[in-house]
Each structure stands twice: as structure tokens, then as C-alpha cells.
Design a binder for this molecule. Sequence first.
Ligand SMILES: *Cc1c(COP(=O)(O)O)cnc(C)c1O
Length: 348
Amino acid sequence: MFELDKILRSHLKELEPYSSARDEFSGEARIFLDANENAIGSAITEQYNRYPDPYQRLVKEKLAGIKKVKPDQIFLGNGSDEAIDLIIRAFCEPLEDNVIILPPTYGMYKVSAGINNVAVVQVPLTADFNIDETALFAHINANTKVIFICNPNNPTGNALSETSIIRLLEQFSGCVVVDEAYIDFASHESFTRYLDKYPNLIVMQTFSKAWGLAALRLGMAFAHTAIINVLNRIKPPYNINGLTQEKALQALSNESIKNTMVASTLQEREWLIGALSELEMVQKIYPSDANFILVRMEDPKAVYTYLIGEMVVVRDRSNVHLCEGCLRITVGTRAENDVLAQKLRAWS
Ligand SMILES: *Cc1c(COP(=O)(O)O)cnc(C)c1O
């Protein structure tokens, strides 16, 4: 059974968080002389002289409606990267605890654990890129605090077994992080619908992919309020800057634009799969629930280098276990995909 108090690092239970000026007074006032801001204004036309809302209330309120969660089930981070780091720092004692990842997967889980001096236990996916449940349960020990599951998975592009993840949520007494960076491109529903059922579930999403706002650096984590409170206590006070909060709020009012871009990306994904499948050099195109496809070919390194010479960059994943022979190709615009297809036709 999951008990937050059992996995929270003990020194954090006593920690007195930084109390910002905006924590101590967040109401209406005429004159703010409490935060040593520049009262005159900003050195640019737009005014950014005031500290932003440390809890991003307006963004969360709007986001809660769209994601069908409560505002206090939302944490916002400086990219998903920040959420990954804070989750590890909240629950994993360096040199003592471990996290489990299921490679081939997103690289930041391992890097972030490494930075925090936390051991990483790797339980590879099966050959068809699914969760090896028997191996996974066998690798969980008393010091396993967090399991990272990327769904749909990067770099393979596929969705993982929902029943396996559910079994994990029910039987593992630590946190299960389901990273849904690509959920908008997937045919399955988000795990956010299980938030009320599983207190150990953390769902991560991002503004970097479907919303098209990678430069803003804004990641979302959805979880039970108790977990959100922990993340809020240990985050840098003003982790989401004011400009990002404004732009995110604007984007959330334009959900239909996001949906149109997703629909177009899905069409392009099919077009690209069609174009690539006609090439002799292509051995296998893996099914994708994301905005990229994993493609196995005869000589991936030569193709990669050739494409670079043609000013087209894809991701070489051929050194990654289970992705031998593979390039990962992001779905571009029709014009970009067409250039890629032409260049590949010219090569083979
Ligand atoms: C792109 C991606 C993210 C997004 O990270 P940000 O820091 O929010 O830009 C998160 N997880 C996975 C698996 C990704 O591929």
C-alpha cells in the first residue's frame, strides 16, 4: 500500500519552505513595498517589474477545466525536466534509494537520477516494446521509490500496456510516474482519469509538443494533492516566470488551434509512413502514437550522415539497445516531410 509519509525523504517532513513576499501577502493592495521590486517599471516597454504568482493560479484554473482535474492536483515546472528532478529529490535518498526505468526510453530520468546520486535500475522493454511485467516486479526492492513509465514511449513511439501500468499502480508502494508528453497524438486516453483512484500516480504532460511551446519551458504534473503539496514545498519559489504564465494562459484559450495542429500532424504522420514504406532501404516502420516515428533501416549511420549533408537532421538511435538500426524521425510539415522523402529516394 502507498503511504506518502513512508516514501517522502525524512528531512523534507521538517523542512520549512522559503516564504516569499507573495506567499505572505497575495491579496489586493494599492502599494506593494514588500518584495524589493523596481517600483518605477521595467527596462523594456512591457512591464515585468513584479514577481509572478508562485503558484500560477490563473494558469492552473484554466488548465484544470481542460484536463478535467482540480487545480490543486496540478504542479507546473520549468519544463517536465524540473518535475522529474523534483520527484526524484522528494522521494529518493542519494546512495540509498533507486528509481526504475524501462529502456529504451526518455533520457532525462536517468540523467536526473544521476545528478541526484540516485541509483537507476533498468528493466528493458520486451522486443515488441512493451512492459516486461515479470522482470519489472522482480526488480522492485524496498529502496525502489519511483518508477518512470513513458507512455507513449520515446523513442519507440508506441503506447504501453495499460493493464500492466494499472497492476503496477495497485501493487507498487512507491510512485508511478506516467510521462504523457505525447498524449495528444495518441489514440488512448490520459491516465489523469485515474488520479482520484491511485494516490501514487503522477501523470506528466508538457507544453513542448502538441501545444508548440517548447521555448517557454512549461511542464505539467498531475497527482493527488498530497504529492502536489510536496512538490510545491521544494520547488524554487518563482519557478514559472511571468511571461511564460501569460503565454500559457493565451495558449489554453486557443485549444482549438492546438487540436488543429495535432490533427494535421497525425495526417502528416500517415503521409510520412506511406512515403517511407516505399523505400527499399527501410526495413521496418514501428507503429506510432506520437509525433515521430522509429524507422529501422539497413545502414542507419550512413543515412544519418547523408541526411546531415543534405541539411536534414533526424535522430540516430541505432546505438540504443532494442533500437539497433533505427533512426527516429519527427513528423514535420508536408514541405519538410516531402524534402526528407525526396532525399531518401535519391539515396537508395
Ligand atoms: C519532449 C519530452 C518531454 C518534454 O520535456 P520538457 O522539459 O517539458 O520540454 C518530456 N518527456 C518526454 C518523454 C519527452 O519526449
